[in-house]
Design a protein around this ligand. Structure first.
Ligand SMILES: O=C1O[C@H](COP(=O)(O)O)[C@@H](O)[C@H](O)[C@H]1O
Length: 251
């Protein structure tokens, strides 16, 4: 694969948020089942992927997904305890992991204690152990799939506008303190996200239409405009976010 940016990404527009969840669940099932050996996913947080995680916890998926050879990491998290309602880790645990036979050692939550920068370095070391090297190599993706969302203020993972983390070229994980959102965060950096076979953006609802159109036009002020993948990028959006009267699949 030659790699993609958001301008050359494939786009799938579906009727509803439920259809988006279904599409992504089927995508993950197909890719994970087809993979040889370990399959690594970086999960997204926030509200949009909840439907996806709930669907994957249902018998039809839970009984067939290769949980035992899938390693679950996080694209970002808020630096709060897992029992906080704002914790991405806590959200995925309660909606998905509590209901499926995933070995606990396959779940890699971002740390939520100590100094945020130490926690970021510790998570980076966790990723490097899984990857088997401390330098990212072209042709050897860190992640099979990275799931991403898109905040109304333009952030993706916890890459917020105007933050120093947007300039990070070598670290895989960094801490940041957004100026327009609560909590210190830990986030994958651009180079870590780019080391992937598939980046899937899940975007639903009319509140995302404006920011989505800015990113799709390549607005450099939007952090999501700078996402790359060594493989493919796919936008999976509902017609509410697309600002369309009717859904269609294309591009
Ligand atoms: O803070 C976050 O927000 C983004 C977008 O979330 P959504 O609620 O608009 O779906 C999410 O992708 C990220 O993981 C999360 O930490």
């Amino acid at each position: 694969m030659g790699g993609q940016d958001v301008m050359t990404a494939r786009e799938v527009v579906l009727e509803t948020p439920d259809a988006v969840a279904q599409y992504v669940a089927d995508f993950l099932m197909e890719k994970a089942c087809a993979a040889q050996g370990v399959f690594r996913i970086a999960l997204s947080g926030g509200s949009t992927p909840r439907k996806l995680y709930a669907l994957m916890a249902k018998a039809g998926y839970a009984g067939r997904f290769p949980w035992d050879r899938t390693e679950f990491f996080y694209g970002d998290d808020r630096f709060v305890p897992a029992d906080s309602p704002d914790s991405n880790r806590g959200m995925v645990q309660s909606i998905l992991f509590a209901h499926v036979p995933v070995p606990p050692e396959n779940i890699h939550p971002m740390p939520d204690r100590g100094e945020p920068d130490d926690a970021a370095r510790s998570y980076e070391a966790d990723l490097q152990r899984a990857y088997g090297a401390d330098t990212l190599v072209a042709g050897k993706p860190l992640f099979d799939v990275v799931l991403l969302g898109l905040g109304e203020n333009g952030h993706t993972a916890s890459l917020f506008p105007r933050q120093p983390v947007l300039e990070e070229k070598t670290r895989w994980v960094a801490s940041c303190v957004p100026d327009d959102a609560p909590h210190t965060r830990l986030t994958l950096t651009y180079p870590a996200i780019a080391s992937s076979r598939h980046v899937l953006f899940l975007v639903t609802g009319p509140s995302k239409t404006d920011v989505l159109s800015r990113v799709r036009a390549g607005d450099p002020a939007e952090p999501a405009s700078h996402i790359r993948s060594d493989g493919e990028i796919v936008w999976i959006i509902d017609r509410g976010a697309a600002g369309q009267a009717e859904g269609k699949t294309g591009r």
